[in-house]
Design a binder for this molecule. Sequence first.
Ligand code: ARG
Length: 594
Amino acid sequence: PCFQLAKQLKKNPKLIAEELKERLSEDIGSEGKECESKENKGKECEGKESESKQSKGKDNEGKDNEDKESKRKENESKDRDSIDKESKGQENKDKETEYISKVEAVNGYLNIFMNREIFIGKILREASGKEYGSADTGKGKTICMDYSSPNIAKNFHVGHLRTTIIGNSLYKLYSKLGYSVVRINHLGDWGTQFGKQIVAYKNWSSKEQVEEGGIAELLRVYIIFDREAEKNPALQEEARAWFAKMEQGDEEALILWKWFKEISLKEFERVYKLLNIEFDSYCGESFYMDKVPALVEELKEKRLLEESDGAGIIKLDDYHMPPCLITKKDGSSIYHSRDIAAALYRKETYDFSQCLYITGAEQKLHFAQIFKALEVMGYEWAEYMHHIPYGLVSMGGEKLSTRKGNVIYAEDILKEAVSLALTAIEEKNPNITEKEETAKKIGIGAVIYHDLANQLIKDVSFRWEEVLNFDGMSAPYIQYTYARAGSILRKIGREIEEQKVNTEYLKDDTSYELVKLVGQYPEVVREAAEKYEPSILARYAYSLAVQFNKFYQECRILTAEAGYQEARAFLCKVVQKTIKDAMSLLGIECPEEM
Ligand code: ARG
């Protein structure tokens, strides 16, 4: 209730002041007096935020006080009238107000004094529970999340790495809130490009070369195709013919296509394994190809399909959008129509309450068209489809490991991060056990955190010294704090029970600030999910680590006297647990030692 109060207070101090006065009428006796008590000078004046909005010119003060007085009287008589009704609610009211030790209205300001011990006790109790931060908001609801979705025979690049990382974190956040999430990898595995790939393979590669070189080899010959087709249009014709064969179910064409897909998936799987990521469905574009004819029929029935230059389109002029292409001249499906078919299939199969698509911002128009098309088709649920766009990833002008040529592979970045982390471990703490495992957690964690630390829509510039920074806002810094807290707890060497903690010993400002931060966790989780913004969680984890380090510096734990030691160690444990949980929701593991 305290945080809700503080939030409301920011939004509407007047309203909340009235409500509080009503609840705590006995405390509102000090109007007009100066805010002069000792605590009042400290941070306890939680209500101060309302100052700027509340403060008025002197002239108004008298009137204000009059108003308050009459309101108070009104409330008092209301109170008397409803004593019977309220006696039942009294217990709850007491529970809510016990967190507040005093409320003062001073010169039009409202000062709320928190009852620190009670507040600390409540937070510690909640935070030490197994499900801290969880909620059942999503109980019985399903969310489809379409993310990662790389293209077959193309490199899994840094952009795909971003959607994979963002999607994974949103999946974890929504699962924490009780939703059932379907993780869909909408592979780019259909389209004219596969006709080109077949021609390219047949002309310039071989079975052995592809088996040896994988995606890089497929890409190599694809690039040759593009170059040669410019000079020789017959190649384009040939490619078109092969794709047509694919659409008609030609065996040779499909065997090749399947093989390219297997080779590609093997490489994508390596990235997913490094990131510890799984999917519930790999239904890519090819899965929806044969569902487009039914869509075309439906559109014709609904009189929405128009012809333009032989192609089938849905006009969206009324919505100031270019038309949504449904079929090409030759009748084949395209990216748009496969996406509309996919949405219909997902609604039918999963009955989602939301369907999210995580791709680069350059696909904004595409999704706006898809959602609009569904809306004009009469599907009200189109409003529960959301595109979550993210900014571009640039490589910060640095030379990166590009072993496979001049394209950047996500796998190389992840491996490089792990190897740099291993070097750092060798330098900083060569004696730790499980070096390789730890390096993996640090390296991968660093890349993930770097992608999630800023608002999704912001462009990311990738610089190694930032990514693997052990001091600044980075995963290694937070992980290091986690390990440090663990090491303190190991040194204390005994389990501390919550009942044995005297919250009196945590009332100092530094400890109290730390407790408050821990107390914000459930709200942070909720907000990050609601706004589709894992950065809120990423930044929270960092502030928790910063405040913990401050606490560790200012409040002795290992050498503290009895009483203090238990309380601080318990707080340390709760913080450690919250850091780990927050990081896990980002998709980052925390090593016990580093
Ligand atoms: N394969 C696409 C790309 O790499 C992303 C697909 C996103 N999902 C979708 N349903 N369109 O850009």
